[in-house]
Design a protein around this ligand. Structure first.
Ligand SMILES: CC(C)(COP(=O)(O)OP(=O)(O)OC[C@H]1O[C@@H](n2cnc3c(N)ncnc32)[C@H](O)[C@@H]1OP(=O)(O)O)[C@@H](O)C(=O)NCCC(=O)NCCS
Length: 176
């Protein structure tokens, strides 16, 4: 996978050496639950997540150029509902103190460009929970179209069932 760059950010592949930085981002009680995952309890848990979840997929550490700090994660994973197309699902999360500065919109636009131009994807999709208004705003700013509501689409770490709003962007829409 390629390292990507925007005005304020570098996005590069995660490595096992990033466990401490991942933990600093993932330990906050208000970050993971919005995306359905449990806040990390310790660095050991961050190492497991790196090994089992982030390293096997196309996931980038989001780095603030000016300081070199890892401030988030962004990923393209297999599209769960379009196995016959060249389609990926976008996912992301940001360190709590960096919210509301346009960081994930900036990162997403570059990952979307990479997906369509370099990977030649036909579709990029994204799922989010009904209540995640911040993510819905990012999705809107990136130009995704609303597709519908998946009822009881997943069970999150608390055991609770969640509905998801599903959005997508087609290559031909993005080119326009
Ligand atoms: C979702 C998340 C990645 C957004 O990152 P971010 O860099 O803060 O996003 P941006 O700053 O680009 O955009 C956030 C937008 O939400 C808006 N917003 C903030 N709080 C809001 C609220 N309560 N209701 C509606 N919109 C809200 C902001 O005003 C901003 O829109 P604007 O640019 O029009 O002002 C970040 O909040 C996060 O990490 N959340 C936890 C993990 C998560 O939810 N992951 C996504 C799972 S689908």
């Amino acid at each position: 996978m390629r390292t990507l760059e925007t005005k304020r950010l570098i996005m590069r592949a995660w490595s096992m050496e990033d466990a401490k930085s991942l933990y600093e981002y993932a330990k906050h009680p208000d970050v993971g639950p919005h995306a359905g995952w449990k806040p990390h309890a310790d660095i050991e848990e961050s190492k497991e997540v790196l090994r089992d979840i982030l390293l096997p997929v196309e996931a980038w550490a989001v780095i603030y150029k000016e300081t070199g700090e890892i401030i988030g994660n962004i990923a393209l994973e297999n599209d769960r509902i379009r196995p016959d197309l060249l389609s990926k699902e976008l996912g992301y999360g940001l360190k709590h103190e960096w919210w509301g500065k346009g960081i994930i919109t900036e990162a997403s636009k570059e990952v979307i460009r990479y997906g369509f131009e370099d990977l030649k994807l036909e579709v990029i999709a994204i799922h989010t929970s009904e209540v995640n208004k911040r993510s819905q705003r990012v999705i809107e700013k990136c130009g995704f179209k609303y597709e519908g509501l998946l009822r009881n689409s997943c069970r999150i770490f608390t055991g609770e069932k969640r509905n998801s709003y599903v959005f997508s962007l087609l290559a031909e829409e993005w080119e326009k």
